[in-house]
Design a protein around this ligand. Structure first.
Ligand code: NDP
Ligand code: ZN
Length: 355
């Protein structure tokens, strides 16, 4: 059997290169080779926060644009040589959960998330895509392979945060965390018509990007309690929606304190540590405040990738400012992933293109 190499989680706290057999496509599947790949903060939670539990020699990565190198006999819409966008989440579309509208949880909680969770991910010379017709999209001419990789996870996750917050025209929205995911939540909120958008983060590069994507107010959590800072800016009034894309368990408490009766707290943060989330009883209206709290994994699948591509193609969204660190060899993935772990001040998102 032919072999390939990939960057894997060897054990908790340890990454390294492994050699594995090149995967084979089942009848409905495809095998792809990456054109551009990017590490995610979720890979960092998985390896260094032990968030998903033990994983041994599991190839990391779930963001990629790619070229198809093999298709199964039943794949109809893709052929060898096609350039494609692969979503981070690749559900089983026949599952009842998918039919109910929650494909992220097809056949079980979070089970639509396969790459770098339950099977080898995209940080390899080749990777396997289940249900290719439902889980890949053609890469349109006019979108670079690097920008396309941002459609795998960053754009759909940020937009999912804004969608779950049900952002409406004129809403005041707080986005806690303005890394690449939070930045796309800012962009998504603005596209949905938000009036005022607070972005919470400390690093200058991210703060500048938040302004670029339409944040009207910037709050630095290192300058003091964000609830106090935002409430002061709001002249004592609550906000309509809060999107959580950074911080930890403590941010739920802050979010509930910020939001109005009937408001929505929408979490897209991957909570890597701790057991319980605290909700402040009084500010939650003694349990009767109609404040909804929702957390969601991004929706994957072909349709989402095709629709989001249109946003890039027709100038509604520019993801290129996210890509602050560029590499061009598969081997550079290791450095790129460590950057994502260490979060230097000038980093938003690294990208490795091997086109
Ligand atoms: P980053 O680490 O790049 O960004 C985190 C942001 O949170 C930064 O702006 C950081 O500020 C800010 N922050 C950190 N601590 C606090 C705090 N105490 N209070 C307020 N803000 C704080 O992460 P990403 O943008 O890459 O990812 C965000 C989250 O989304 C991660 O947990 C990731 O795993 C998750 N994720 C979820 C997905 C889903 O489907 N739901 C999919 C993909 C990712 P600064 O650094 O400026 O100090
Ligand atoms: Zn991710």
């Amino acid at each position: 059997m032919a072999k390939m190499k990939g960057l894997a989680m060897l054990d908790f706290d340890t990454i390294g290169w492994v050699e594995k057999e090149i995967p084979k496509a089942g009848p409905t599947d495809a095998i792809c080779k990456p054109l551009a790949i990017s590490p995610c903060t979720s890979d960092v939670h998985t390896v260094w926060e032990k968030a998903l539990g033990a994983r041994h020699d599991l190839i990391l990565g779930h963001e990629a644009s790619a070229e198809v190198v093999e298709v199964g006999a039943l794949v109809k819409d893709f052929k060898v040589g096609d350039k494609v966008i692969i979503p981070a989440i690749t559900p089983d579309w026949e599952a009842v959960e998918s039919q109910a509208g929650y494909s992220q949880h097809s056949k079980g909680m979070l089970n639509g998330w396969k790459f770098s969770n339950t099977k080898d991910g995209t940080f390899a010379e080749y990777f396997h895509v289940n249900q290719a017709d439902g889980n890949m999209a053609h890469l349109p001419d006019g979108i670079s392979v690097e920008d396309a990789a941002m459609l795998s996870d960053m754009v759909p996750t940020g937009f999912h945060g804004a969608n779950n917050a049900e952002v409406e025209y004129g809403d005041t929205v707080v986005v806690i965390g303005i890394g690449p995911v939070g930045l796309m939540a800012v962009a998504g909120s603005v596209l949905r018509g938000a009036g005022r958008v607070f972005g919470v983060g400390s690093r200058t590069t991210c703060r500048e990007a938040a302004k670029y994507y339409g944040a009207t107010d910037l709050i630095n959590y290192r300058d003091g309690d964000i609830v106090e800072q935002i409430t002061e800016a709001m002249n004592g009034k609550p906000v309509d929606k809060v999107i959580l894309a950074g911080g930890g368990l403590e941010t739920f408490d802050q979010a509930v304190r910020l939001v109005k009766p009937g408001g929505i707290v929408s979490n897209i943060n991957y909570l890597g540590t701790g057991d319980y989330i605290k909700i402040p009883r009084v500010e939650w209206g003694l349990g009767m405040g109609h404040i909804r709290i929702i957390g969601g994994l991004m929706p994957g699948g072909r349709k989402n990738m095709e629709y989001l591509s249109r946003m890039l193609l027709h100038g509604r969204l520019d993801v290129s400012p996210l890509l602050t660190h560029k590499y061009n060899r598969l081997e550079d993935l290791e450095e790129a992933l460590l950057l994502m772990k260490d979060k230097p001040k000038d980093l938003i998102k690294p990208i490795v293109s091997i086109a």
